[in-house]
Design a protein around this ligand. Structure first.
Ligand code: FDA
Length: 337
């Protein structure tokens, strides 16, 4: 997902304090130190250059990113669709600081949805959009107008848009823009981060029949004043948020790779709303077998597929979530340093 790397460092529950899981304290400290190092490295231009130029990085990137062009994105969509998966495509780029870059992002999405339609893939693929890529930090009205252009193109191509959620300083603005978009494009998807303390309330607001809401843990390291900090707290908050969405007959898009939450979702739906339409969502390159297992079990599964040239921040976030992957990047740096 997404970052304002200069303003917010990223983490997942895997890096949060496991105060309720004593034996894992040492591992947690190591993970925190590693993540801090990673986030420090992500801000060093020299390291960024080394990593982006190293051939091994390309291999690693292709595990998590469809490629750099719109055509790469369409090719991956075709492959995943053939496996019974659906897709949400994210044009990489965030924290846009000038109007021209935001306009270019809009053009990329317009081209993408046009191609999806032309290739007969629009029924199985939608797009995910970060408002920061559309100029949210510069001018909220501009971001809204840009998002509108994308929604118009998506509607003409018979597909939908989901608005990604970024760090907590943007939540109000993002929900406000989402509501404005939904007035004209009711199918626009929202994202709620279970880790934020406010999220149950936000779910209550969004929990209406047909309301498309992606529920995820949240990818940003947020302060304790606004966010749950431990792995178990976040899991419990996720389940509470899901219960609100299910009770309101929203369309939950359960975005997690966490086996405990996938199983909790299945039990909750079985118990409370067996007929409620819903889907699971996972990231491209992560738990691909589980994605197919769920499809085989009759579930609708959507894979979040990023593409574009601005893949560095996205890659660093995936490394921060899973330090085991870091070795590959370090090797890339050392062999070219
Ligand atoms: P957790 O991190 O605990 O992972 C559970 C298991 O999944 C791990 O044990 C491991 O097996 C596997 N796994 C997870 N990450 C891995 C990795 N990088 N490499 C290899 N294996 C890995 N966030 C946000 O703030 N705003 C947003 O808009 C979105 N959008 C979004 C869309 C979709 C489709 C998904 C799946 C996620 C997001 N997120 C997001 C990110 C989300 O908030 C969260 O950071 C990640 O999904 C990781 O959390 P999990 O729930 O998967 O649990």
């Amino acid at each position: 997902m997404c970052t304002r790397a200069r303003r917010a460092t990223l983490t997942t529950a895997a890096q949060r304090p496991w105060t309720d899981e004593q034996p894992q304290r040492a591992a947690f400290s190591a993970a925190v130190a590693l993540r801090q190092t990673l986030m420090w490295a992500s801000r060093r231009e020299r390291i960024k250059k080394l990593v982006t130029k190293a051939p091994i990085s390309r291999t690693l990137v292709h595990r998590f990113v469809a490629g750099e062009s719109v055509h790469d994105a369409v090719d991956v969509t075709r492959t995943l669709s053939a496996q019974g998966l659906t897709v949400s495509l994210d044009h990489l780029g965030e924290d846009t600081r000038d109007a021209a870059t935001a306009t270019a992002a809009v053009a990329a999405y317009q081209q993408l949805v046009g191609l999806l339609h032309a290739e007969g893939l629009a029924a199985s693929a939608e797009v995910s959009v970060k408002l920061s890529a559309l100029g949210q930090a510069l001018d909220q009205q501009m971001a809204l107008e840009n998002a509108r252009f994308i929604c118009v193109a998506a509607r003409e191509s018979a597909t939908t848009v989901t608005i990604d959620m970024e760090d907590h300083t943007t939540t109000d603005s993002t929900l406000r823009i989402l509501n404005e978009l939904r007035a004209d494009f009711p199918s626009t998807g929202a994202v709620i981060q279970a880790s934020l303390r406010r999220s149950e309330e936000d779910c209550t607001m969004l929990a209406a029949p047909g309301s498309r809401v992606r529920l995820c843990k949240g990818a940003y390291q947020e302060p304790a004043t606004v966010a749950w900090q431990t792995r178990e707290e976040v899991r419990r908050a996720f389940v509470r948020c899901l219960r609100v969405l299910v009770a309101g007959r929203a369309y939950p898009m359960v975005a997690t790779h966490d086996p405990k939450l996938i199983s909790a979702t299945r039990s909750m739906l079985h118990e409370l709303a067996p007929e409620l339409p819903h889907e699971y969502q996972m990231l491209y390159g992560i738990r691909a077998n589980e994605q197919l297992r769920l499809v085989g079990a009759g579930e609708r599964v959507r894979v979040y597929v990023p593409f574009g040239t601005q893949w560095y921040s996205y890659l660093v976030r995936r490394m921060a979530e899973r330090p085991a992957n870091l070795g590959l990047v370090l090797r890339a740096v050392v062999s070219h340093g």
